[in-house]
Ligand binder design. Structure first.
Ligand code: C5P
Length: 314
Protein backbone atom coordinates (compact mmCIF):
# COMPACT_ATOMS: atom_id res chain seq x y z
CA UNK A 1 0.00 0.00 0.00
CA UNK A 2 1.07 3.61 -0.51
CA UNK A 3 0.57 6.31 2.05
CA UNK A 4 -0.84 9.48 0.71
CA UNK A 5 -0.12 12.40 3.02
CA UNK A 6 -2.55 14.56 1.11
CA UNK A 7 -5.49 12.37 2.17
CA UNK A 8 -4.73 13.06 5.76
CA UNK A 9 -7.35 15.26 7.47
CA UNK A 10 -8.29 14.70 11.09
CA UNK A 11 -11.39 16.89 10.81
CA UNK A 12 -12.84 14.67 8.10
CA UNK A 13 -12.44 11.60 10.26
CA UNK A 14 -13.60 12.82 13.62
CA UNK A 15 -15.72 15.79 14.75
CA UNK A 16 -13.20 18.63 15.24
CA UNK A 17 -14.82 19.61 18.54
CA UNK A 18 -13.84 16.21 19.98
CA UNK A 19 -10.06 16.31 19.33
CA UNK A 20 -7.42 18.71 20.66
CA UNK A 21 -3.63 18.76 20.23
CA UNK A 22 -1.40 18.55 23.31
CA UNK A 23 2.16 19.54 22.51
CA UNK A 24 3.82 18.78 19.17
CA UNK A 25 3.12 15.04 19.12
CA UNK A 26 0.07 14.50 21.34
CA UNK A 27 -3.67 14.53 21.06
CA UNK A 28 -6.64 14.32 23.43
CA UNK A 29 -9.83 12.82 22.03
CA UNK A 30 -13.30 12.68 23.51
CA UNK A 31 -14.73 9.26 22.61
CA UNK A 32 -18.54 9.34 22.82
CA UNK A 33 -20.95 6.60 23.89
CA UNK A 34 -23.71 5.42 21.54
CA UNK A 35 -27.31 4.40 21.89
CA UNK A 36 -29.09 1.96 19.59
CA UNK A 37 -32.54 3.40 18.84
CA UNK A 38 -33.39 0.37 16.71
CA UNK A 39 -31.78 -3.06 16.47
CA UNK A 40 -33.19 -5.95 14.47
CA UNK A 41 -31.41 -9.23 13.72
CA UNK A 42 -31.91 -10.62 10.24
CA UNK A 43 -30.03 -13.93 10.31
CA UNK A 44 -27.21 -15.93 11.83
CA UNK A 45 -24.19 -16.12 9.55
CA UNK A 46 -21.85 -19.04 8.88
CA UNK A 47 -19.04 -17.13 10.65
CA UNK A 48 -21.04 -17.06 13.90
CA UNK A 49 -21.95 -13.37 13.74
CA UNK A 50 -25.45 -12.06 13.03
CA UNK A 51 -26.54 -9.77 10.22
CA UNK A 52 -28.44 -6.89 11.70
CA UNK A 53 -29.97 -3.49 11.04
CA UNK A 54 -29.43 -0.79 13.63
CA UNK A 55 -29.81 2.95 14.09
CA UNK A 56 -26.93 4.22 16.21
CA UNK A 57 -26.57 7.72 17.64
CA UNK A 58 -23.67 9.18 19.61
CA UNK A 59 -24.50 10.89 22.91
CA UNK A 60 -22.79 13.43 25.15
CA UNK A 61 -21.17 10.91 27.49
CA UNK A 62 -17.46 10.54 26.80
CA UNK A 63 -14.34 8.57 27.64
CA UNK A 64 -11.17 10.64 27.30
CA UNK A 65 -8.13 9.27 25.49
CA UNK A 66 -4.76 11.00 25.53
CA UNK A 67 -2.18 9.84 22.99
CA UNK A 68 1.50 10.77 22.83
CA UNK A 69 3.81 9.50 20.09
CA UNK A 70 7.11 8.15 21.42
CA UNK A 71 10.37 7.12 19.82
CA UNK A 72 10.21 3.68 21.45
CA UNK A 73 8.58 0.82 19.54
CA UNK A 74 6.16 0.18 22.35
CA UNK A 75 2.41 0.58 22.94
CA UNK A 76 1.71 1.52 26.53
CA UNK A 77 -1.77 2.02 27.96
CA UNK A 78 -2.82 3.22 31.37
CA UNK A 79 -6.40 3.48 32.56
CA UNK A 80 -8.13 5.04 35.56
CA UNK A 81 -10.49 2.05 35.89
CA UNK A 82 -8.76 -0.84 37.69
CA UNK A 83 -11.31 -3.42 36.47
CA UNK A 84 -10.34 -2.80 32.83
CA UNK A 85 -7.29 -4.79 31.70
CA UNK A 86 -4.76 -2.71 29.76
CA UNK A 87 -3.02 -5.60 27.97
CA UNK A 88 -3.31 -7.08 24.49
CA UNK A 89 -7.07 -7.71 24.89
CA UNK A 90 -7.90 -4.06 25.45
CA UNK A 91 -9.58 -2.62 22.35
CA UNK A 92 -7.26 0.42 22.41
CA UNK A 93 -4.21 -1.84 22.18
CA UNK A 94 -5.91 -4.04 19.58
CA UNK A 95 -6.71 -1.01 17.43
CA UNK A 96 -3.16 0.36 17.76
CA UNK A 97 -1.67 -3.05 16.90
CA UNK A 98 -3.98 -3.42 13.90
CA UNK A 99 -2.92 0.01 12.67
CA UNK A 100 0.81 -0.73 13.05
CA UNK A 101 0.31 -4.02 11.24
CA UNK A 102 -1.62 -2.39 8.38
CA UNK A 103 1.17 0.10 7.70
CA UNK A 104 3.85 -2.49 8.50
CA UNK A 105 5.53 -0.18 11.01
CA UNK A 106 6.34 -2.17 14.18
CA UNK A 107 8.73 0.66 15.11
CA UNK A 108 5.87 3.06 15.95
CA UNK A 109 5.27 3.73 19.63
CA UNK A 110 2.73 5.55 21.79
CA UNK A 111 1.85 6.22 25.40
CA UNK A 112 -1.92 6.17 25.82
CA UNK A 113 -3.99 7.20 28.79
CA UNK A 114 -7.68 6.34 29.05
CA UNK A 115 -10.24 7.88 31.40
CA UNK A 116 -13.39 5.77 31.45
CA UNK A 117 -16.69 7.55 31.94
CA UNK A 118 -18.84 5.26 29.80
CA UNK A 119 -20.10 2.27 31.81
CA UNK A 120 -18.74 -1.07 30.56
CA UNK A 121 -20.81 -4.11 29.48
CA UNK A 122 -23.67 -1.66 29.08
CA UNK A 123 -24.38 -1.68 25.32
CA UNK A 124 -23.07 1.88 25.07
CA UNK A 125 -20.09 1.07 22.82
CA UNK A 126 -17.42 2.54 25.10
CA UNK A 127 -14.67 0.09 24.14
CA UNK A 128 -15.47 0.43 20.43
CA UNK A 129 -15.45 4.22 20.67
CA UNK A 130 -12.07 4.14 22.42
CA UNK A 131 -10.77 1.91 19.60
CA UNK A 132 -12.05 4.29 16.91
CA UNK A 133 -10.50 7.29 18.70
CA UNK A 134 -7.22 5.34 18.88
CA UNK A 135 -7.25 4.73 15.11
CA UNK A 136 -8.05 8.33 14.26
CA UNK A 137 -5.65 9.74 16.85
CA UNK A 138 -2.67 7.53 16.03
CA UNK A 139 -3.23 8.10 12.31
CA UNK A 140 -2.77 11.79 13.13
CA UNK A 141 0.16 11.74 15.56
CA UNK A 142 2.05 9.04 13.65
CA UNK A 143 1.42 11.07 10.46
CA UNK A 144 0.26 7.98 8.56
CA UNK A 145 -2.19 9.76 6.29
CA UNK A 146 -4.54 6.78 6.00
CA UNK A 147 -7.87 7.54 4.39
CA UNK A 148 -11.25 7.10 6.05
CA UNK A 149 -11.83 4.06 3.88
CA UNK A 150 -8.64 2.40 5.11
CA UNK A 151 -9.46 3.21 8.74
CA UNK A 152 -12.96 1.77 8.27
CA UNK A 153 -11.44 -1.53 7.13
CA UNK A 154 -9.10 -1.64 10.16
CA UNK A 155 -12.03 -0.65 12.40
CA UNK A 156 -14.15 -3.56 11.15
CA UNK A 157 -11.36 -6.00 12.00
CA UNK A 158 -11.23 -4.63 15.56
CA UNK A 159 -14.96 -4.97 16.42
CA UNK A 160 -18.44 -4.78 14.91
CA UNK A 161 -19.28 -1.31 16.30
CA UNK A 162 -15.93 0.42 15.76
CA UNK A 163 -16.74 1.64 12.22
CA UNK A 164 -19.78 3.51 13.54
CA UNK A 165 -17.51 5.71 15.68
CA UNK A 166 -15.78 6.83 12.48
CA UNK A 167 -19.21 7.87 11.16
CA UNK A 168 -20.36 10.20 13.93
CA UNK A 169 -22.79 11.37 15.07
CA UNK A 170 -25.45 8.97 13.67
CA UNK A 171 -25.59 6.06 11.25
CA UNK A 172 -27.70 3.22 9.93
CA UNK A 173 -25.56 0.12 10.43
CA UNK A 174 -25.92 -3.20 8.62
CA UNK A 175 -23.84 -6.33 7.98
CA UNK A 176 -22.58 -7.38 11.41
CA UNK A 177 -22.71 -3.66 12.29
CA UNK A 178 -19.63 -2.57 10.35
CA UNK A 179 -21.41 -1.42 7.16
CA UNK A 180 -22.21 2.17 8.06
CA UNK A 181 -24.31 4.74 6.30
CA UNK A 182 -24.49 8.23 7.77
CA UNK A 183 -27.84 9.50 9.12
CA UNK A 184 -28.74 13.09 9.97
CA UNK A 185 -31.38 14.57 12.20
CA UNK A 186 -32.60 18.14 12.46
CA UNK A 187 -32.31 18.14 16.22
CA UNK A 188 -30.95 16.53 19.37
CA UNK A 189 -33.05 14.01 21.27
CA UNK A 190 -33.00 13.91 25.07
CA UNK A 191 -32.90 10.70 27.07
CA UNK A 192 -32.75 9.36 30.57
CA UNK A 193 -29.99 6.79 30.60
CA UNK A 194 -30.20 4.13 33.30
CA UNK A 195 -27.12 1.98 33.88
CA UNK A 196 -27.95 -0.95 36.19
CA UNK A 197 -25.21 -2.28 38.47
CA UNK A 198 -24.97 -5.47 36.35
CA UNK A 199 -23.23 -5.97 33.01
CA UNK A 200 -24.06 -8.16 30.01
CA UNK A 201 -21.60 -9.85 27.66
CA UNK A 202 -22.50 -9.24 24.03
CA UNK A 203 -21.54 -12.78 22.92
CA UNK A 204 -23.78 -14.35 25.60
CA UNK A 205 -26.75 -12.20 24.62
CA UNK A 206 -26.41 -13.17 20.94
CA UNK A 207 -26.07 -16.84 21.92
CA UNK A 208 -29.52 -16.79 23.53
CA UNK A 209 -31.18 -14.92 20.71
CA UNK A 210 -33.97 -16.48 18.64
CA UNK A 211 -33.68 -15.09 15.09
CA UNK A 212 -37.14 -13.80 14.04
CA UNK A 213 -38.97 -15.39 11.11
CA UNK A 214 -40.24 -11.95 10.08
CA UNK A 215 -37.90 -9.09 10.93
CA UNK A 216 -39.28 -5.72 12.00
CA UNK A 217 -38.63 -2.97 9.44
CA UNK A 218 -36.55 0.07 10.33
CA UNK A 219 -38.18 2.56 7.94
CA UNK A 220 -40.34 4.21 10.62
CA UNK A 221 -37.48 4.78 13.06
CA UNK A 222 -35.25 6.26 10.34
CA UNK A 223 -38.00 8.60 9.11
CA UNK A 224 -38.77 9.76 12.66
CA UNK A 225 -35.09 10.35 13.41
CA UNK A 226 -34.49 12.30 10.20
CA UNK A 227 -37.59 14.43 10.75
CA UNK A 228 -36.65 15.14 14.37
CA UNK A 229 -40.06 13.78 15.39
CA UNK A 230 -39.60 12.56 18.95
CA UNK A 231 -43.19 11.28 19.39
CA UNK A 232 -42.84 8.98 16.35
CA UNK A 233 -39.29 8.04 17.37
CA UNK A 234 -40.54 6.97 20.79
CA UNK A 235 -43.13 4.71 19.18
CA UNK A 236 -40.59 3.19 16.77
CA UNK A 237 -37.90 2.25 19.34
CA UNK A 238 -37.14 -1.46 18.97
CA UNK A 239 -34.45 -3.86 20.13
CA UNK A 240 -34.49 -7.59 19.31
CA UNK A 241 -31.78 -8.25 21.92
CA UNK A 242 -34.04 -7.29 24.84
CA UNK A 243 -35.55 -10.74 25.19
CA UNK A 244 -32.28 -12.68 25.52
CA UNK A 245 -30.76 -9.93 27.70
CA UNK A 246 -33.78 -9.95 30.01
CA UNK A 247 -33.48 -13.73 30.35
CA UNK A 248 -29.83 -13.33 31.41
CA UNK A 249 -30.41 -10.36 33.75
CA UNK A 250 -33.95 -10.10 35.15
CA UNK A 251 -33.04 -6.77 36.80
CA UNK A 252 -32.72 -5.20 33.35
CA UNK A 253 -36.27 -6.29 32.47
CA UNK A 254 -37.55 -5.08 35.79
CA UNK A 255 -36.06 -1.62 35.18
CA UNK A 256 -37.44 -1.58 31.64
CA UNK A 257 -40.95 -2.26 32.99
CA UNK A 258 -40.55 0.56 35.49
CA UNK A 259 -39.30 2.94 32.78
CA UNK A 260 -42.39 2.03 30.71
CA UNK A 261 -44.63 3.46 33.43
CA UNK A 262 -42.80 6.78 33.84
CA UNK A 263 -44.56 8.68 31.05
CA UNK A 264 -41.68 8.85 28.55
CA UNK A 265 -42.18 8.80 24.76
CA UNK A 266 -40.65 5.31 24.71
CA UNK A 267 -38.21 3.17 26.68
CA UNK A 268 -35.82 0.43 25.62
CA UNK A 269 -32.52 -1.33 26.29
CA UNK A 270 -29.51 -0.12 24.25
CA UNK A 271 -27.53 -2.64 22.17
CA UNK A 272 -26.85 -5.87 24.03
CA UNK A 273 -27.49 -4.09 27.37
CA UNK A 274 -27.48 -3.61 30.21
CA UNK A 275 -28.11 0.15 29.90
CA UNK A 276 -31.64 1.37 29.18
CA UNK A 277 -32.94 4.59 27.73
CA UNK A 278 -36.20 6.52 28.02
CA UNK A 279 -36.92 9.27 25.51
CA UNK A 280 -38.15 12.65 26.73
CA UNK A 281 -39.87 15.42 24.73
CA UNK A 282 -37.00 17.79 25.60
CA UNK A 283 -34.26 18.18 28.18
CA UNK A 284 -36.62 19.40 30.91
CA UNK A 285 -38.90 16.41 30.36
CA UNK A 286 -35.95 13.99 30.39
CA UNK A 287 -34.74 15.54 33.66
CA UNK A 288 -38.23 15.18 35.13
CA UNK A 289 -38.33 11.52 34.06
CA UNK A 290 -34.94 10.91 35.71
CA UNK A 291 -36.20 12.44 38.96
CA UNK A 292 -39.36 10.33 38.80
CA UNK A 293 -37.32 7.18 38.15
CA UNK A 294 -35.07 7.87 41.16
CA UNK A 295 -37.98 8.79 43.43
CA UNK A 296 -39.99 5.65 42.68
CA UNK A 297 -37.21 3.06 43.18
CA UNK A 298 -38.53 0.16 45.27
CA UNK A 299 -36.30 -0.51 48.29
CA UNK A 300 -35.30 -3.95 46.95
CA UNK A 301 -34.19 -2.65 43.52
CA UNK A 302 -30.41 -2.19 43.38
CA UNK A 303 -29.37 1.38 42.68
CA UNK A 304 -28.55 2.26 39.06
CA UNK A 305 -26.50 5.12 37.66
CA UNK A 306 -28.96 7.61 36.15
CA UNK A 307 -27.91 10.28 33.61
CA UNK A 308 -29.69 12.77 31.38
CA UNK A 309 -28.05 12.74 27.94
CA UNK A 310 -28.69 14.06 24.45
CA UNK A 311 -27.82 12.83 20.99
CA UNK A 312 -24.97 14.70 19.28
CA UNK A 313 -25.69 16.68 16.12
CA UNK A 314 -23.20 17.26 13.26
O1 C5P B 1 -17.69 -7.66 17.07
P1 C5P B 1 -17.69 -7.74 18.54
O2 C5P B 1 -16.36 -8.20 19.09
O3 C5P B 1 -18.17 -6.49 19.20
O4 C5P B 1 -18.76 -8.85 18.91
C1 C5P B 1 -18.79 -9.51 20.14
C2 C5P B 1 -19.58 -10.79 20.01
O5 C5P B 1 -20.97 -10.51 19.81
C3 C5P B 1 -19.20 -11.63 18.82
O6 C5P B 1 -18.15 -12.52 19.14
C4 C5P B 1 -20.47 -12.38 18.50
O7 C5P B 1 -20.62 -13.49 19.35
C5 C5P B 1 -21.55 -11.39 18.87
N1 C5P B 1 -22.04 -10.62 17.70
C6 C5P B 1 -22.89 -11.24 16.79
N2 C5P B 1 -23.36 -10.53 15.72
C7 C5P B 1 -23.01 -9.23 15.56
C8 C5P B 1 -22.17 -8.58 16.48
C9 C5P B 1 -21.70 -9.32 17.54
O8 C5P B 1 -23.23 -12.41 16.93
N3 C5P B 1 -23.52 -8.55 14.53
Amino acid sequence: MTLSRTDFRLAELFPPALAFPVGPSGLVLAAPAKLNLFLEVLRKRPDGYHDLESLLVAINLFDTLELQATTMAELRLQCDTPTLATGADNLVIRAAEALRKYVNRPDLGAVMSLKKRIPMQAGLGGGSSDAAATLVGLNEIWKLGLTRRELLAIAASTGSDVAFFLTLPAAWCTGRGEVVSSEESRRSFHFVLVCPPVGLRTAEVYQRLVVPAEPTAGAAVRAAFRAGDSESLGRALFNRLEEPAFALQPLVERIRRRLDRLGSLGAMMSGSGSALLALGRDQAHATQLAARFLATRPPDEPQSRVLVVRSLTP
